[in-house]
Design a protein around this ligand. Structure first.
Ligand code: PEP
Ligand code: MG
Length: 947
């Protein structure tokens, strides 16, 4: 029976499955959906109910209160649990205890609240003691409940209770909780209740129904907590999703030595290896494993052996239950067709599954698991492509420690999240955030982390803890964020208040440099050299599958031959943006650039431009060689000229000497060039309109370089990055014999290039920036075409080229049909288009945009992920109008969004031809493009669905 989104599961009921919503995480939350799923395939799940996520918003909107109807439905739900367990809620003779847990649509580890052992009061605790035959256990459970409830529901500081426990132990001379007997716990419960009464002026609630409704309310409230909001902001989770609440019969892992609790993954979440992987604790309650309070034992004998651990594995200590657990793992993997992260409890020899969900994993593990599962036939190749989060590939491309580097190892912990990081030691999250914000790389060092540390973990380059296992908060969160992490380095003695760390007889203070290796668990003093990662065979396999699926082309933004080479190695199919201004900052030529800017007539500018021409030609020749046969989009000069102006006296002196103009005159000219709003000033094609000779020089350099390369006049070896003839710069002597890199030679052969000729001719695509009117482009295209004609006539050779424009202004989007008349391609410069559409300066937005995202004004930073509703509309309109005017107009994107998976999905949906991203983001873009193609196929209804 379903009322008010309350779904029963376990004990023979599968309401959600009956209603056809068993897998609906939107409604049931991740945990609820999986509990329903496990119940539906007859796995041993303690009976319970899931209160749907829709109730979260209703509760908050109703001033945090419940309707009578809801309460009646809740009573029905509790009735189901009572029937299934044969116990009775609030009944002292046979009490039912429940857990109340959050469960959002996606897992938000540790961010929201949980209450365990609910239903205990002064009467039912006696009933529990009688029913279990274990008074110590009953009173221990009650004191845990009072503390948890007081913290989560009543808002009291848990430190008050911890202090009382410490005093109770000290008074009795106990070192350990296990020495506390039933009477000691009973006495402590009395003290705990006295603390509650003293702090709140009212007694701890004895009415179990009041306990229940208030706990449910507290879980809903925790969705709104500060830490949950921060987590959602970092992980781009919408604030309006809400959480579900699961109320479930308690089972106890702390009922003696035949009881246990544990967490497990069906495959290794760090490496992806196909081996059960987990930790467990005898005679403990679930939270003990993840909280890092006791050091957990290994699940399998093999893992224990490998670690050389003293305590027995579950495989040895409880072979029968372990066997059953293994069968459950297999059932779950086959059913969910993904690696599962499982929580279980053994109560007096009986196995209970508390939770299953797709396990969080490192990027290498995600890759291996997806490829392995496809090879095992569990999922299709396309599903494998869809499974690996594109953004997470970033982790694979991160450096690791140079094996040859000297390591001053001071401690060892668990390899909790792979990758290496060096940084200065900091001891609290706020300092981590502050110092990272100031530009430092920091290692956040904590005894153990908690959800309050999340902002510091995000800001840190790496995380190091003294306590906690592989499933501790630090480990889980670091893996999710892709931060290297070493956890449980037990020899560290950390004094967070003093900001110091002692280990192996050495002391480190805040600011001292440390290195951690999250793949081996090593902690090192000082900075250790790193090496670039070797990509495994699985990477190539998955990329191959992705390439089969994607429609969008993937290019790179690059302006040096070295970057072009990296881009090609990562699979770039061309250059989507070569920003020529970066080349102008080169120390060898900045004086000529300044001379050009400060010249007060065309003749003066041409003198300076003539000095730049050979340099610029060499730049392009290097790039064309590297990108042989592929399109290379070169953007003509774009930035406001003031960016190149001299600042220091010595700069003025240099320009004066080179140009023969007095320093005073140059200073006066620099003052004249001052702009109030340079980003909206004399930049982009406006430079070409007023000084066509600049664009003419750049076009000439492009065409001459292209012909040089096609004729083999340029050395392919990037160590000699200059043209083979007529280099006027003595530091760049001409090459008599061009040397060809073996790779290029092979390429040339493969492409059937004629002998005696040069490298496959590049395809220059000349791009005019910041166009707002058709006439601007028309004028600039004429400059380029005239220059092409002149160069082709001089050289007696023609090469194919295109002229197109960046679309970076709202007006350009609106007038796209007219602009398309002289554009052979459009490339959306979404950095500027976002800036000009939103009226938000891309350079100053950092000051306030964080708050805009926090307050839900923008769902994500619009400079990171396209503002689909606004900027997206303009792009779509420009694409339609442009293609309406010119059939087959080539469309691409080259703003930062070109490497952002969500934006790539948008680009697919509006039918762009390619995206262009920075070289290291090319693999991300390839995978995201494939995922976007699959999503588009599913949207249009011809998806092949699950296989
Ligand atoms: C853009 O504006 O999106 C762009 C790619 O150009 P730039 O970032 O160089 O202004
Ligand atoms: Mg721009």
């Amino acid at each position: 029976m379903i009322k008010h989104s309350i779904y029963r599961f376990g004990g023979g009921a599968t309401d959600a499955a009956d209603a056809g919503v068993a897998g609906d995480k939107t409604l049931l939350g991740g945990k609820g959906a999986n509990l329903a799923g496990m119940a539906a395939i007859d796995l041993p799940v303690p009976p319970g109910i899931t209160i749907g996520t829709d109730m979260c918003a209703i509760y908050i909107a109703a001033d945090r209160s419940f309707t009578d109807d809801f309460l009646a439905a809740l009573t029905d739900g509790i009735g189901h649990i009572e029937t299934a367990t044969g116990k009775s809620f609030g009944d002292p003779s046979n009490p039912l205890l429940v857990s109340v847990r959050s469960g959002a649509r996606v897992s938000m580890p540790g961010m929201m609240d949980t209450v365990l052992n609910l239903g205990l009061n002064d009467a039912t605790v006696e009933g529990l003691a009688a029913a279990s035959g274990d008074a110590r256990f009953a009173w221990d459970s009650y004191r845990r409940f009072v503390q948890m409830y007081a913290d989560v529901v009543l808002g009291l500081d848990h430190g008050l209770f911890e202090e009382a426990l410490e005093i109770a132990k000290e008074d009795r001379g106990f070192a350990d909780d296990t020495q506390m007997g039933a009477d000691h716990w009973r006495a402590l419960v009395g003290e705990y209740k006295a603390i509650v009464a003293a702090e709140l002026g009212r007694d701890f609630p004895q009415d179990v129904n009041e306990q229940l409704t208030r706990a449910i309310g507290a879980v809903f409230d925790s969705w709104q907590s500060e830490r949950a909001r921060v987590y959602r902001r970092i992980n781009a989770i919408p604030h309006d999703w809400g959480t579900a609440v699961n109320v479930q019969a308690m089972v106890f892992g702390n009922m003696g030595d035949t009881s246990a609790t544990g967490v497990a993954f069906t495959r290794n979440p760090s490496t992806g290896e196909k081996a059960w992987y987990g930790e467990w604790l005898v005679n403990a309650q679930g939270e003990d494993v993840v909280a890092g309070i006791r050091t957990p034992q290994y699940l399998t004998l093999a893992a224990r052996d490998e670690a050389g651990a003293r305590l027995p594995s579950m495989e040895e200590a409880m072979p029968e239950v372990f066997g059953e657990l293994g069968r459950v793992f297999d059932t779950l993997e086959t059913h969910y067709r993904d690696m599962q992260d499982i929580e279980f409890t053994v109560e007096r020899g009986q196995l209970w599954m508390l939770q299953t969900r797709a396990g969080k994993r490192t990027a290498p593990a995600a890759l291996k698991i997806a490829v392995d599962m496809a090879h095992e036939g569990l999922i299709s190749e396309e599903e494998a492509v869809a499974r690996v989060e594109a953004q997470a590939l970033d982790q694979l491309l991160h450096p690791s420690l140079d094996p040859a580097a000297v390591r001053d190892v001071v401690a060892r912990g668990l390899p909790a999240s792979p990758g290496a990081a060096s940084g200065i030691a900091v001891f609290d999250a706020d300092t981590a955030e502050r110092r990272a914000g100031a530009g430092d790389r920091v290692i956040l060092i904590r005894t153990e982390t908690s959800p309050e540390d999340i902002h510091g973990m995000h800001a840190a380059a790496g995380i190091l803890t003294a306590r906690g296992g592989m499933t501790s908060h630090a480990a889980v969160v670091a893996r999710g964020m892709g931060r290297p992490c070493v956890s449980g380095a037990g020899t560290l003695s950390i004094d967070a208040k003093a900001g110091s760390l002692k280990v192996a007889g050495r002391a480190f203070a805040e600011g001292d440099m440390l290195t951690i290796d999250g793949s081996t668990g090593e902690v090192m003093a000082g900075e250790v050299a790193t090496v670039q990662p070797e990509l495994s065979g699985d990477f190539g396999v998955l990329m191959g599958w992705a390439d089969k699926v994607r429609r969008l082309g993937v290019r790179a933004n690059a302006e040096t031959p070295a970057d072009c080479r990296v881009a090609r190695e990562f699979g770039a199919e061309g250059i989507g943006l070569c920003r020529t201004e970066h080349m102008f900052f080169d120390a060898a030529r900045i004086a000529a650039v300044r001379e050009m800017i400060l010249a007060d007539d065309e003749a003066g500018r041409r003198v300076a431009l003539a000095k730049l021409l050979p340099e610029q030609r060499a730049d392009f020749a290097g790039i064309f060689t590297e990108m042989a046969g592929l399109p290379v989009t070169i953007r003509l000069l774009d930035p406001p000229l003031h960016e190149f102006l001299p600042h220091a006296d010595k700069d003025f002196d240099e320009v004066a000497a080179a140009s023969g103009v007095s320093v005073e005159k140059l200073r006066a000219r620099a003052a004249e060039l001052h702009e109030f709003n340079p980003m909206l000033g004399h930049r982009g094609c406006r430079l070409g309109v007023t000084y066509p000779e600049i664009y003419e020089m750049q076009a000439r350099a492009i065409f001459e370089a292209a012909i040089d390369v096609a004729e083999g006049k340029f050395a392919a070896d990037s160590s000699a990055r200059h043209v083979a003839s007529e280099s006027p710069n003595p530091s760049h002597p001409a090459q008599a014999e061009p040397v060809e890199a073996p790779a290029r030679a092979a390429l040339r052969q493969a492409q059937g290039e004629r002998g005696g000729e040069g490298i496959v001719a590049p395809i220059p695509e000349i791009m005019i920036p910041l166009v707002g009117t058709a006439r601007e482009l028309e004028l600039m295209k004429t400059v380029v075409d005239d220059t092409a004609r002149a160069v082709f006539a001089e050289r007696g050779r023609e090469i194919a080229y295109l002229v197109g424009t960046m679309i970076e202004l709202p007006r350009a989007c609106l007038m796209a049909d007219e602009i398309a008349a002289s554009a052979q391609f459009f490339s959306f410069g979404t950095n500027d288009l976002t800036q000009t559409t939103l009226g938000v300066s891309r350079d100053d937005a950092g000051r306030f945009l964080g708050q805009y995202v926090d307050k839900g004004i923008y769902a994500t930073d619009p400079f990171v992920s396209i503002d689909v509703a606004g900027v997206g509309q303009l792009i779509e309109l420009a694409a339609q109008r442009g293609r309406g005017a010119r059939d087959g107009l080539k469309l691409g994107i080259c703003g930062e969004h070109g490497g952002d998976p969500a934006s790539i999905d948008f680009c697919e949906s509006v039918g762009l031809d390619y995206v262009s991203a920075s070289p290291y983001r090319v693999p991300i873009a390839r995978l995201a493009a494939a995922q976007a193609a699959l999503a588009a196929r599913n949207r249009s209804g011809d998806g092949k669905g699950d296989k």
